[in-house]
Design a protein around this ligand. Structure first.
Ligand SMILES: Cc1cc2nc3c(=O)[nH]c(=O)nc-3n(C[C@H](O)[C@H](O)[C@H](O)COP(=O)(O)O)c2cc1C
Length: 279
């Protein structure tokens, strides 16, 4: 969730298997003005507006990460097929090991759900990025959709290598003294513990309907949380807000808690647990 190479290195050294960058666009983007992030009772509400230095400026960070041999998933966003393809080609050229297509940001107009809620567009963008890429391509899906299965199937049809679910849940906080939404953008995306049941349900539904791997994300703070996603059908998980709540050691802790649970229940491989909640 942070595009700075120093902080990504710290996270890697703390036990994460790979790192996903913040979403990167073609040109530098300042994002929204403050407030952009607020902590609520059970999670974090953010509308950052996809701030990033642009893909070319970001290449220096990627180069540092490459020299550290850190597996890197480059997240990209664009407003159409041509932008996504250009970004994917550059991400690969600069050294990313996989590409994550962010078509699911809940608080940016032309770059988010306008694209990610349309199965034809998702299929078209994914297909063209796949054609121009030699590294795995993941499609990140929003929970703010009535047609989540249709979108997942569109990604599968376009030969996406995996689906990432979920992005943040569209949400709002109002300051009742000031009679106004707190975020400068008014609407934001909710993350953290509160959204875990939503994420688990999305992964479960997607797993029932597609045959490509799913990467589960949303509200994971413990090994038990990760196991829920895996039993729902995820082959891997990502952690975002958990870093804020539990600190940088969260990755090691989650891995240890999963291992402990597996030992106790007589499992040897994660693959034995993936999707068991479906049987
Ligand atoms: C401050 C903040 C910034 C985020 N930025 C991005 C982003 O640039 N691209 C993206 O695909 N998801 C972004 N996300 C969403 C997370 O990757 C993740 O899908 C979501 O927060 C749910 O996981 P969590 O509960 O573990 O945080 C962001 C989330 C937060 C809280």
């Amino acid at each position: 969730m942070d595009e700075d190479a120093g902080s990504m290195k710290r996270i890697f050294n703390s036990g994460a298997g790979a790192i996903v960058t913040k979403s990167i666009g073609l040109i530098p983007n300042k994002g929204y003005s403050n407030p952009t992030v607020i902590e609520l009772e059970h999670g974090i509400l953010n509308a950052m507006g996809l701030p990033n230095p642009g893909i070319d400026e970001f290449s220096s960070e990627i180069k540092i990460l490459k020299s550290l041999r850190i597996p890197l998933i480059g997240s990209i966003y664009g407003k159409n097929k041509d932008e996504f393809v250009k970004l994917a080609v550059k991400m690969e050229k600069y050294g990313a090991d996989a590409i994550e297509l962010n078509m699911s940001c809940p608080h940016v107009k032309r770059y988010g759900l306008e694209i990610g809620s349309n199965p034809k567009i998702v299929r078209d963008i994914t297909k063209h990025v796949k054609q121009e890429s030699n590294i795995p391509v993941f499609v990140k899906i929003s929970p703010n959709l009535m047609n989540i299965i249709e979108i997942a199937k569109a990604a599968e049809k376009a030969e996406a290598d995996a689906i990432v679910a979920i992005n943040t849940v569209k949400a709002m906080k109002i300051d009742i003294e000031l009679n106004t939404p707190v975020l400068s953008n008014k609407v934001g995306g909710y993350s953290g513990s509160a959204i875990k049941p939503i994420g688990v349900r999305c992964v479960y539904d997607i797993a029932k309907n597609v045959n490509i791997p799913i990467i589960g994300v949303g509200g994971i703070n413990t090994g038990e949380d990760a196991l829920e996603y895996i039993m729902a059908g995820a082959s891997a998980v990502q952690i975002g807000s958990g870093i804020y709540y539990k600190g940088i050691d969260i990755f090691k802790k989650v891995c240890k808690e999963i291992e402990r649970w597996m030992k106790k229940h007589g499992y040897k491989k994660i693959s034995e647990i993936i999707g068991v909640a479906h049987s």
